[in-house]
Every structure is written in structure tokens, then in C-alpha cells.
Design a binder for this molecule. Structure first.
Ligand SMILES: N[C@@H](CCC(=O)N[C@@H](CS)C(=O)NCC(=O)O)C(=O)O
Length: 209
């Protein structure tokens, strides 16, 4: 199997973190060319035009970071990264989705609607060309402020975001906050719980995935 990847991008990184935590190695193929653009060959192969994508040896394709993680979790259940019982699986899903919707998406709104490399690429994927909408930069910034407050509150209740074990939800949260650095936003000074969590997660080998 092959994992189609873009080393600098946040979504593929959350999958790579997951794989490191699982102790899995997968052959990767880098598909971003110059100027933060996916190569024409890759877009022809995978018209959804996003990374990551996993291609099995028989050519079947699995897109979407979470779908790929679920596939690996089924094949290699240990260590569990998506929850250990029905309740925990639901809670991991819940926090993972929130980290993506409230964190990653807010940063993407700011980044994609302001960065010159993303002119006419306001959304990832096949929907391009999509014009940049400068108003979304302010909306993303406001969403990000709320995101930090909410996640700080949650991290005051447990060691990791969904429970006391490290899960995919932490990978998504970590990559969202790292991505915030791309728009010069860092963890607010008053978010002591996120800062405590960030220091701990940064020391894990997967943080360098
Ligand atoms: N929902 C997708 C999002 C994937 C995504 O947005 N990937 C970005 C990189 S972080 C991408 O492929 N962008 C292509 C582009 O901007 O042209 C997932 O979770 O995998």
C-alpha cells in the first residue's frame, strides 16, 4: 500500500502522528509540487484532489484522514487510538470532530482566504477555483478564540482531550494548533491547560511525524 502525502500540510500530519503512535510504517509518496499545489498526476489519479489518500495494493483508494485511521485501527487494534469501549469511542469521535470543525477549519478559513499561494483556492479539493473571501479571515480568527477557550476548559478535566489516554483526537488537536502558527496565532497566555497538554504532547515522538 502507499500513502499519498504532503509533508508540510496539517491533515496528512494527523494521520502520520496516528501511524507513529501505532508503530506502523507505510510507504509514502509526496504529491505536492512547487507553490503548495498538488501535482497534476496526483489530481488525475485522485480527482478529490486532497491528501492524505491511501492506495491499497490492488488499487482501491481510501480518502479522508479519519477513514484511513479507522482502516488501520481495524487491522491493528493496539494501541487503541479511537477509544477502548463504545462510550470512549463516541467521546473520541466527538472531540476529534470538534478539534477539526472548531480548530482546523477556523485556521483554514484564515489561511486559505489570505495567503497569496491560495488565490482562487479558497477551499481544498475538487471544488477549485474558489475565490478567497477576506471576511472569512476575521470570522476564522473569532472562531479560533472560542476554540482555545473551549478546549482549555476540557483539558482542565482530563490529561488528554478525550480521556486519560492519548487518541486520534489529540493528534487532530495538535495539528490544528500547529497549523494556527501558520497564521501567527499561538496558544493564548490564559490557556494554561492547553499549554500543559501542548508541552506533554510535543515530547512524544509522534509530534515530529
Ligand atoms: N477532510 C479531509 C481534508 C483534507 C485536506 O484538506 N487536505 C489538504 C491538505 S491539509 C489538501 O489536500 N489540500 C489540497 C489543496 O489545497 O489543493 C481529511 O480529513 O483528510
Amino acid at each position: 500500500m502507499k500513502l499519498y502525502d504532503w509533508a508540510a500540510a496539517p491533515n496528512p500530519k494527523r494521520l502520520r502522528m496516528f501511524l507513529v503512535e501505532k508503530g506502523l510504517k507505510v510507504e509514502t509518496v509526496q504529491v505536492a509540487g512547487d507553490g503548495f499545489v498538488l501535482t497534476p498526476e496526483y489530481k488525475a489519479k485522485y480527482p478529490q484532489a486532497m491528501v492524505p489518500m491511501l492506495e491499497l495494493d490492488d488499487g482501491r483508494q481510501i480518502g479522508e484522514s479519519i477513514a484511513i485511521c479507522r482502516y488501520f485501527e481495524e487491522l491493528h487494534p493496539n494501541p487503541p487510538m479511537l477509544g477502548r469501549d463504545p462510550y470512549e469511542r463516541a467521546i473520541v469521535d466527538m472531540w476529534e470532530r470538534r478539534a477539526f470543525d472548531q480548530g482546523m477549519t477556523a485556521v483554514a478559513e484564515m489561511f486559505r482566504n489570505s495567503n497569496p499561494y491560495f488565490k482562487d483556492r479558497g477551499l481544498a479539493g475538487f471544488a477549485n477555483p474558489v475565490p478567497q473571501l477576506p471576511q472569512l479571515v476575521d470570522r476564522g480568527r473569532a472562531s479560533l478564540e472560542k476554540f482555545f477557550q473551549r478546549f482549555d476548559e476540557q483539558l482542565g478535566k482530563s490529561r488528554f482531550i478525550a480521556s486519560d489516554v492519548f487518541t486520534l483526537a489529540d493528534c487532530t488537536l495538535y495539528c490544528s494548533i500547529e497549523f494556527a502558527g501558520w497564521v501567527s496565532v499561538s496558544i493564548p497566555d490564559d490557556c494554561k491547560n492547553i499549554q500543559r497538554w501542548w508541552t506533554e504532547v510535543s515530547d512524544r515522538p509522534s509530534a515530529k511525524a
